[in-house]
Design a binder for this molecule. Sequence first.
Ligand SMILES: Nc1ncnc2c1ncn2[C@@H]1O[C@H](COP(=O)(O)OP(=O)(O)OP(=O)(O)O)[C@@H](O)[C@H]1O
Length: 634
Amino acid sequence: MENENSENLKMAFAPSCDSQTQGVAYLREKRLGLNLELKSTASTSMSVNNATPTTTTTVFSSRNTSIKRISIGFTNLSYNSKKSAWNKESKKILDNLNGTFKSGELTAIMGPSGAGKSTLLNIISGYSVFNVTGDITINDKPRDIKTFLPQSAYITQDTDLHPLLSVAEAMNFSANLKIGPKMNPAQKKQRVRDILEAIGLYKHRHTRSGNLSGGQRKRLSIALELVSNPPVLILDEPTSGLDSSTSNQCISLLKKLALEGRTIICTIHQPSALAFGMFDFLYTIAEGHCIYSGSTQLVVPFLSEMGLCCPESYNPADYLMEIATHDYGYQNDRLIARMKNGCNTSYRSKGADDLAALMVVEKHMQSGLITPVQSPKLITQLSAEVPRLSQIKEVSTSTIWEGKASGTPKKPNLPNFDPGHLCRREMYASPFHKQLGILLMRTFLILWRDKSLTFTRITIHLIMALLIGFLYFGIGNDGANATNNFKYIFYIIMFTMYTAFALISVKLPLEFPIISREHFNRWYSLRAYYIALTLADFPIQLMCTFFIVVISYCLTGQPLEISRFLLFFLMVLLAGLVAQSVGLVVGASLNVTVSLIDITIFFLRFEFQTIINLINLSSHSTVQSLDPFSFRPG
Ligand SMILES: Nc1ncnc2c1ncn2[C@@H]1O[C@H](COP(=O)(O)OP(=O)(O)OP(=O)(O)O)[C@@H](O)[C@H]1O
């Protein structure tokens, strides 16, 4: 049996690789692929001997999907924030950081609050590009942001989702936008199903996002980005607000994704010892500097070397944070110097550590400490011919890479992944017209579900039509009321503009976190979003305009000529659409509070005049005499 296992391993490592780490990553990928053989009959053709080390069949979609290997490096990375436009004094938030986040590893970025973790993620993901100095590389070549962005997904701390869409609907919209025409609908459906099953949300697929628990929302926000199978996943505090069991589930999911060859980077606060052990690589920041960069397994030995002995009962992550926050005196300078601000790579995991980490995960899964989010267990359901992890460890990777295992090539040479042709993709997976169509459907669906807003909008227009109609009742054919006719038209236009403007400039800032996440992650262009939003709202705007114009036109006794009526209707409708566009600009540039204040000031004159007129509802002549803004020709 042992011979058989060695033989399996030899065969598994037969494809050439150029480093021990890659060999271990390959072993992990191989193992995951083997697990998939058990999960899906569709993948049974994948054999131990035929798999290639450059691509990996994924747990979510075992149907010929490959994951590209992307390692992200950064040297002398600094970030200065300007305090304000007036105050030119700047603050150094990151100071000459160095490091590499490798593919196939689950990386944790830790540090005290305000240390610069989110800032680092923003820079690495390409979200922040200004005031940044230093070099960022992708597979050792300078990062081209346009080619990098389609390969990565950035999941921010706020899990803003459309509350009215169900899990399945949100996933389908994401798949249609992010995958585009490369897959047919059946394949997309299958991929969505694979992901939802793997992430433990399949049985909640009909639940609306607004009704999901915090942990489920986090998982859904990850799943939404996974549909395009990005090789790089960057997450800002994926476990914040989750209980320890859900946090462990979330991290074990990320671990699985990393095992498939992805580069997973996340910031984390106070992980449990169990969760901490699942990370392959730890990058710790304090006051903008790197105080530790290396394997989670080597934190304690590193601290011991520095004369800081972690008590046995202590969680190393907590101990490191206490050191970073000076609980044991000011140690950061020593740690930074030892780590050479991230340049020191001697604490990076060796192959044996990787295997040890895998064994820890397997052990915890078997003992039930980690609940797999996917029903078939990751490690334990292996068939007889597949070597078990406990058997694999018997042949250490160093033995293999040093050529001590017979038949294993000594100087393996893995073809390097060239970022130049990795990402020669379009910025968006779907063409513009498809984006528009999908966004239109999504917006219609949301509007249909949120009927209260539409209903309120129509009701307000009806009430105003009646009020203005009765205020200027029957003045249409009265030559003495020319001024009041002018005012009537003015009020109708102003009211229509006001509602259109207010609605969009308040609604947009509320949706802004969702739009910016989706747009940044290359779901759609802003042009497509704007046109879809305007088109989806058009029928409602048309209906509101129709009601207010028809009712007030009849009540005020305007001439019943079709051309006059149509011209007036068109004028009001166009004024509403223009106001909507201005509202979009205001809403995109300001937050809800400022937008509301702006709207109020902008339309104050109109509101003031309306109140005066309503007080003097009984007499047209009195209205004119009280009105300080009234139009007096001649
Ligand atoms: N645009 C900015 N202008 C001024 N200061 C900024 C800016 N962005 C970040 N900072 C400051 O930089 C520091 C690091 O912020 P960052 O959000 O990266 O911290 P963090 O480590 O993620 O903290 P937390 O764990 O609390 O989220 C903080 O002191 C923050 O106030």
